[in-house]
Design a protein around this ligand. Structure first.
Ligand SMILES: *[C@@H]1O[C@H](CO)[C@@H](O)[C@H](O)[C@H]1NC(C)=O
Length: 132
């Protein structure tokens, strides 16, 4: 009985460790990495990009002073800080509920502000931003 409980505990701990490795454990070293590589100022953001097992559709702020983006689809040390023209653009047309939108819309926004989708299918991806 006690042996079983012990084994179970070991097993649970291992599962936990496995699940955790992508994030917590490597977190600090990984977070440091962006500024360990030089910024490539004339680079071009790639959206979406993968960073730390997550997918990003716009510039991100990860322990950096400003928002930045990856220059490769999967981050590999090439990055730049985002300036106005680097942020993700609206994607037109996009699909929202049962309609196709060719411009920013206030539909569905609680504050009546205009927004757009950053992918063609808002229903599926739910990635969006406010329009200027
Ligand atoms: C990643 O992006 C950089 C900058 O655009 C480019 O020089 C490099 O070749 C890319 N790497 C790959 C594997 O595509």
């Amino acid at each position: 009985m006690t042996l079983h409980v012990g084994l179970l505990l070991v097993w649970v701990c291992q599962l936990h460790r496995m699940a955790g490795t992508g994030f917590d454990d490597e977190d600090s070293s990984y977070v440091e990495t962006i500024t360990h590589f030089p910024e490539i100022k004339d680079g071009k953001c790639v959206f979406p990009f993968y960073y730390r097992n997550a997918k990003f559709y716009d510039c991100v702020m990860f322990k950096a002073k400003h928002k930045w983006c990856s220059l490769n689809e999967t981050y590999q040390g090439y990055w730049k800080y985002c300036s106005e023209e680097d942020f993700a653009k609206c994607v037109f047309p996009f699909w929202y509920r049962r309609m196709i939108y060719w411009e920013c819309t206030e539909d569905g926004d609680a504050f009546g502000k205009y927004w757009c989708s950053l992918t063609q299918n808002y229903n599926k991806d739910k990635i969006w931003k406010y329009c200027e």
